[in-house]
Design a binder for this molecule. Structure first.
Ligand code: SF4
Ligand code: SF4
Length: 175
């Protein structure tokens, strides 16, 4: 994810209350990103897995269950929760998934708290979103919505051991 600028003008306009994702301009679209960094975690899809009743280890996708780990892409700044090389991310990390108006159908691969996913489902922004908090992520860090202090970079682990790093907190939602 990018280091997003939540300008005073955007905050004051409350555009997210009126516009759908499809109708937002670039600045409006980008400011919907809450900067949690959860989309930069390694995850994997198990197309054969069936969750047990009440099990909270995955989210639904059209292709199977999505499991999250606490392993981040090596380009993620673990403190700011922003990408270190956002403009060059596709060059550096070819499988970096960036959401746009044309791939909203893939939105189920995003964590449930992802603000694009929430908007797409008609849930609106959560109370902790920077647009509702003077452009700050302080509340998100306090509530554990961001990945700060909970992750390890992929260059410090053996990715073959990814099953040891499966976590459920990226699936948590707080309104
Ligand atoms: S999960 Fe969604 S809201 Fe959070 S950083 Fe990624 S794109 Fe932005
Ligand atoms: S390159 Fe890595 S850190 Fe940057 S946006 Fe993509 S997944 Fe996130």
């Amino acid at each position: 994810m990018k280091g997003v600028l939540y300008s005073k003008a955007l905050i004051a306009s409350k555009y997210w209350e009126e516009l759908s994702l499809e109708n937002m301009n670039t600045a409006q679209w980008e400011a919907i990103c809450d900067g949690c960094g959860r989309c930069c975690l390694h995850k994997f899809v198990d197309s054969e897995s069936v969750p047990e009743d009440g099990e909270v280890t995955s989210i639904d996708s059209q292709q199977g269950e999505v499991f999250y780990t606490n392993i981040t892409c090596y380009q993620l700044n673990e403190k700011t929760c922003a990408c270190k090389s956002y403009e060059k991310r596709k060059e550096l990390v070819p499988d970096c998934v960036s959401l746009n108006k044309h791939n909203l159908k893939d939105i189920n691969f995003m964590p449930p708290s992802c603000s694009y996913r929430r908007m797409h489902k008609g849930e609106g922004l959560a109370s902790w979103h920077p647009l509702l908090n003077k452009g700050k992520k302080t509340k998100m860090h306090e509530l554990g919505i961001t990945v700060r202090n909970k992750v390890i970079s992929e260059d410090k682990v053996n990715l073959d051991d990814f099953e040891d790093y499966i976590v459920t907190w990226p699936l948590s939602e707080i309104d």
